[in-house]
Design a protein around this ligand. Structure first.
Ligand code: ZN
Ligand code: ZN
Length: 565
């Protein structure tokens, strides 16, 4: 029994359980235990005691609301206590709002409350405003958050951190960085770890290695400790910016690491096609006595599948149940299907799926579909497509994948059928684009698009590059174009895929450099992949492409994915 219940029992025993003074004291004890324990049964005791208090005041209401703001499950109760407070004429004070706002942020309510806060006149309190900015951010009302932030007469560190994280969480990464720059112009205001974590996440999402190096330098110059969260975020950031070697450096330097730290490194190695190293790190971690969780096991399996390590993959798979006593989750099944499928063991993969104890979802079938297409087994692909059809009939990628596969094999009638089906269902596809990052500047290229100011020069130059790598054995692949998503019917459209345009622009403008970095929204197609290998060899450059699934490092005519992707 906790202290509050013991105290309550004693009050009952001595007959003081209706005495207002003791009741308030008991209630205070309940509230403190609520805050400390994170156990919702204590909140229910607090509620019982609250109901015994004859006419609760602001202080009591604050206590009961706060007690219910700790748990997502009791959010609605917190709000109903708040509205009871208002309707009973008990005036809220500046301690009331932060708890209520916290609840609102979780429950995605914002405007109603803001109106009320304005009416009662609490908008001058900086922490009330900070909490409200946070509510807007959580609800996705970025404009309202920014408006309120701009109107705040006083802003403290929390205000700035809150607006920056609001930008980051809603995908406005450049805006987050601009805001961080503005913040540095404010006198006597230094960012803390919370601010820096948001900045690092923004840069990870932008994928800019230059910015990544800049933020690491900033962190070091300003005397931040390489804490577990900050170090882990940097490891993840470097891998997303295409340089897992920098991730390793940060990892080696950290004096403390937790499971997320190890996972960040393993995941980085895995998506960069360094599966053997990922496994090595995994076994090293096991020696430290840490126990892998689901997220880490997934990263290890991804490493195996991206590097074609089938035997190692099975070993890890078996260890999930045998060594760690865990039940594999749907995503682990997905990794195994991917592993078998990539390696060409399609029947084994199909068998694996049919024996799954949990019902395979469309994602699992889709992985298998991709593998069937890659390995030219369109008979199996049709079967698999049928299963997806039952689960998720209107996914554009499946249609494009099949249509490209038929085109690749020259089965034009089948291809036309798929296209007609798509048109009938009004399924459209995302246009492919690539972003080239040079000196923190972003250059965007859209497949077959003429909007770039140098469009004409780029295309002409691209043609000359294609001619020159053709002499080395590259041929535009109108057949064997198996990967989703882009339309690849004619030689002309393949030659204008956005990543090829990006490469041509780079070679035209930055020829004196060694490494180019490109981010692409879709998966790279077979033809572009082959083109990149030739270009890396012919021009002696390193090309790093982050596609929707993984990283490709092209160097000296080969890719880090070893043509598994
Ligand atoms: Zn392509
Ligand atoms: Zn590759």
């Amino acid at each position: 029994m906790n202290n509050a219940r013991k105290f309550h029992a004693r009050l009952v025993k001595v007959g003081l359980d209706a005495d207002p003074l003791f009741l308030r004291r008991l209630f205070g004890l309940c509230c403190r235990e609520c805050a400390a324990a994170g156990d919702s049964t204590i909140a229910s005791h607090a509620r019982d005691v609250f109901e015994l208090i004859p006419s609760p005041d602001t202080f009591n209401y604050n206590g009961i609301i706060k007690s219910h703001s700790h748990y997502p499950s009791s959010a609605s109760q917190a709000l109903s206590f708040f509205s009871r407070m208002i309707s009973n004429g008990v005036r809220p004070d500046h301690y009331t709002f932060p708890s209520v706002l916290k609840v609102c942020a979780r429950a995605h309510l914002g405007y109603e409350l803001h109106a009320l806060i304005l009416k009662i006149g609490f908008c001058d309190f900086v922490y009330v405003c900070n909490a409200l900015v946070n509510v807007y951010g959580c609800c996705g009302y970025v404009e309202s958050a920014l408006k309120l932030f701009d109107e705040m007469p006083d802003k403290d560190l929390v205000s700035w951190s809150t607006i920056i994280s609001c930008f980051v969480n809603n995908g406005f990464w450049t805006e987050a960085l601009q805001c961080f720059q503005q913040m540095q112009l404010v006198e006597n205001l230094k960012p803390d770890e919370v601010t820096m974590l948001s900045v690092v996440v923004a840069i990870s999402s932008l994928g800019s290695l230059e910015l990544g190096k800049w933020v690491e330098g900033y962190i070091r110059r300003n005397g931040f400790k390489l804490s577990v969260p900050l170090g882990t975020a940097l490891i993840d950031m470097y891998s997303r910016c295409g340089s897992v070697d920098e991730s390793i450096k940060v990892f080696d330097e950290m004096s403390q690491r937790n499971i997320a730290t190890w996972t960040a490194l393993i995941n980085g190695l895995a998506v960069h096609g360094r599966g053997k190293e990922a496994l090595k790190v995994f076994y090293e971690m096991k020696k430290t006595g840490l126990r892998p969780d689901h997220v880490m096991l997934r990263a290890v399996l991804v490493g195996c599948s991206h590097s074609g390590l089938v035997d190692d993959g099975w070993k890890v798979w078996n260890s999930i149940r045998d060594d760690y006593n865990m039940e594999p989750m749907l995503e682990h099944y997905g990794c195994m299907v991917d592993l078998l499928g990539r390696a060409g063991s399609l029947h084994e993969a199909l068998d694996f799926v049919s024996k799954m104890p949990v019902r395979p979802n469309a994602v699992i079938w889709r992985i298998l579909l991709g593998a069937c297409v890659t390995h030219n087994r369109l008979d199996l692909a049709e079967k698999v497509k049928g299963r997806i059809q039952e689960l998720d009939p209107d996914h554009e990628g499946d249609y494009v994948l099949l249509s490209n596969a038929y085109g690749g094999l020259g089965q034009w009638n089948e291809k036309a059928n798929v296209r007609t089906l798509m048109r009938d269902k009004r399924i459209s596809k995302d246009p492919g684009y690539s972003v080239l990052i040079v000196d923190q500047e972003f250059h965007k290229f859209v497949s077959g698009d003429d909007s770039h100011p140098l469009s004409k020069e780029i295309k002409e130059f691209l043609v000359s590059i294609i001619d020159s790598v053709r002499a080395d054995g590259y041929s535009l692949g109108t057949t064997n174009v198996f990967h989703d998503i882009e339309e690849e019917e004619k030689e002309n459209s393949i030659s204008l895929h956005s990543e090829k345009l990006a490469v041509a622009f780079w070679l035209l403008s930055f020829r004196n450099r060694k490494t180019m970095r490109i981010m692409k929204n879709l998966r790279i197609c077979h033809d572009c992949h082959c083109f990149m290998k030739h270009v890396s060899c012919k021009f002696g450059v390193e090309i790093i492409i982050r596609d929707r699934n993984r990283f490709h490092h092209f160097k000296e005519g080969a890719c880090s994915c070893k043509d598994y992707w």
